[in-house]
Design a protein around this ligand. Structure first.
Ligand code: PFF
Length: 439
């Protein structure tokens, strides 16, 4: 349950609809599902087997079988990815808090659509591009992180989130019921479910690959760390299918909520520049506004989303903190403070890059998008590629087989298939997508 909780987060709820929108709809969805099945599950199993078998940290796992070779650098790539992801994820977590607060005070819904022509897209644009308010909420998220991590109460927070996440899921089901019955919803449904392959480019494949890694928390060191705590009798293939299944379910639900709403309300016209980042924050308030008890639904939803986001940042922060403690011998408190203070510089930069700093661009992207793109589409796949090679070729066969089959007790015939995927299919596919995208 904890692993499902760590996987299902803003990746499925916030990032997935944006990617579908940018990737042309249903074709992206299909490629994403293929990536989950062919790459996501085998890579997850490679991480689980290594993590549970060695039971060490992100660097130690890669030292166990090759102490004199630089395989531990794989852990380094994950660490860099996680750090950059934290940079922009804190900002999005800040938006969720800002929207929660806006629902509680009512300011989110004030003045929309009555006499003025103000829309939720305008409101989000203001919230994103303003200088101080997004930084304020990002810093609130960072302070919450510091508070929770310094007091060592993350176990409690995670328990609470495990209780609340099913609630978020039920809320999504209700919302889905509302949006599917909206007038004109069918246009959105066919955009999301009827593939148009002529729109597929190399970039679509790279993005779908990145999204599958991001949403399953692959290549981040999170699953390596979590699986070190799995009991010996946990069935790894079953666990990986459950995690991927839950992530996919939440993602598809989000698609069924967001796209009918976009089609029905004719959202986004005139806001094309925001399509990439803010879809959920524009469509959902629009849906809530049509439900009785609008602000209550809205407050509950954004509170749950904020909790989901913050618990995710706790797990990634933890990966970095453990690294500081183990490598540099820093105390826990020092590690927490240094990590989060450095993010107090990095995350506001990401936030400002949507507003005052938006003209500062590298490779045509602002800092926020650059961090997202580099970490998700490049660093995570590189880390996953190296993990597969390491687990497939450097780790003894017997060790891997034991992990995948619980020492021969379960699914003995499936193990060789999984090993084949880890050794050949996954690394070759990742490589192919990369080369294809460079051409
Ligand atoms: N799978 C997680 C999600 O979709 O939210 C990935 C994640 C990203 C976890 C960033 C933690 C984090 F800070």
């Amino acid at each position: 349950m904890a692993t499902v909780g760590s996987a299902v987060g803003l990746g499925a709820v916030w990032r997935f609809p944006n990617q579908v929108q940018a990737g042309g709809g249903a074709a992206f969805l299909l490629i994403y599902v293929a990536c989950l099945l062919i790459l996501g599950i085998p890579v997850m199993l490679a991480e689980f087997s290594l993590g549970r078998g060695v039971r060490s940290d992100i660097i130690g796992d890669f030292r166990r079988f090759t102490p004199r070779q630089p395989w531990w650098l794989t852990g380094g790539v994950s660490l860099l990815a996680v750090y950059l992801i934290n940079g922009f994820y804190m900002v999005v977590a800040g938006w969720t808090l800002q929207y929660f607060w806006g629902s509680v005070t009512g300011s989110l819904y004030e003045g929309i659509g009555t006499e003025s022509s103000l829309t939720f897209a305008d409101r989000m644009q203001d919230a994103m591009t303003d200088t101080w308010s997004p930084i304020f909420w990002t810093v609130v998220v960072l302070l919450l992180n510091i508070l929770i991590l310094l007091r060592g109460v993350q176990k409690g927070v995670e328990k609470m989130s495990n209780l609340l996440m099913p609630l978020l899921f039920i809320l999504l089901l209700i919302l889905c019921g509302v949006t599917l019955t909206l007038p004109g919803a069918s246009g959105g449904i066919s955009f999301f479910l009827k593939p148009d392959f002529s729109a597929v480019t190399a970039a679509t494949c790279v993005n779908a690959l990145g999204q599958s890694f991001f949403s399953l928390s692959l290549g981040m060191g999170i699953l390596l760390t979590y699986s070190a705590y799995f009991p010996d009798n946990v069935n790894l293939p079953k666990t990986s299918v459950t995690v991927a299944g839950c992530t996919l379910l939440v993602s598809v639900l989000m698609g069924l909520i967001v796209f009918p709403a976009v089609a029905s309300f004719g959202l986004l016209s005139g806001h094309e520049s925001m399509e990439g980042t803010a879809l959920v924050f524009i469509t959902l308030p629009e849906v809530f506004a049509r439900m009785p008890g609008c602000r209550v639904w809205s407050a509950i939803f954004f509170a749950l989303l904020a909790i989901a986001a913050i618990t995710s940042t706790l797990s990634t922060s933890e990966v970095c903190i453990k690294f500081f403690q183990d490598r540099f011998g820093w105390s826990r408190n020092k590690s927490v403070i240094i990590l989060l203070l450095s993010l107090c510089v990095l995350s506001p930069l990401c936030s400002l890059s949507n507003g005052p700093l938006s003209s500062f661009r590298i490779c045509g992207m602002n800092i926020f998008d650059l961090f997202d793109n580099v970490s998700t589409n490049y660093l995570l796949p590189i880390a996953a590629f190296l993990t597969c090679i390491y687990v497939g070729w450097k780790v003894p066969r017997g060790f891997l087989h034991d992990q995948l089959t619980d020492r021969g007790a379960t699914l003995p015939r499936l193990a060789p298939v999984i090993v084949f995927f880890i050794r050949y299919v996954a690394p070759l596919l990742i490589l192919t997508v990369f080369i294809y995208s460079l051409l």
